[in-house]
Design a protein around this ligand. Structure first.
Ligand SMILES: Cc1cc2nc3c(=O)[nH]c(=O)nc-3n(C[C@H](O)[C@H](O)[C@H](O)COP(=O)(O)O)c2cc1C
Length: 128
């Protein structure tokens, strides 16, 4: 999202990003910046976070709502909340402190089979 300057020439757009402290990095700004072009093409969105790992439906719902809010008023043709990963070795001391306080699950929870299955369905859903 940081490097795309124009959506001219795209006939479908898949937008995704990680959730940090309840917010999806850069997604809202990207959607606003390209709102006119995005309104003309099918859009699918996903968020990567640890909400699916906690198995608490409230966490997943929060992530889904954050995704919708970031892309609003766009209507997504497909949306997904994917489980990500948390490697404490890659975090700053402050981030480590935050995840400890939040009792975040630690590990790699990415389900590549589920990710591939979702991706395979996109062309059909997006009509491309
Ligand atoms: C400081 C910090 C804050 C986070 N905040 C949330 C959060 O609010 N909700 C959530 O579900 N996951 C949260 N996560 C987990 C990340 O979404 C997860 O690590 C994800 O895989 C990050 O994407 P990336 O691996 O592409 O950077 C947080 C992780 C860190 C390190």
């Amino acid at each position: 999202m940081g490097t795309v300057t124009s959506l001219t020439g795209y006939n479908a757009v898949v937008i995704g990003g990680p959730m940090y402290v309840g917010k999806i990095d850069g997604m809202g700004k990207f959607a606003k910046r390209h709102s006119t072009e995005l309104a003309r093409v099918p859009v699918a969105g996903f968020v990567v976070c640890l909400a699916p790992v906690t198995k608490d439906p409230v966490d997943r719902e929060y992530a889904q709502k954050a995704l919708r809010a970031s892309l609003a008023p766009l209507q997504q043709v497909a949306e997904m909340v994917f489980a990500g990963r948390l490697d404490p070795a890659k975090l700053s001391w402050f981030q480590k402190w935050m995840i400890k306080k939040a009792k975040s699950p630690v590990g790699d929870f990415r389900d590549w089979t589920a990710i591939a299955a979702w991706a395979r369905e996109l062309p059909g859903k997006m009509g491309v």
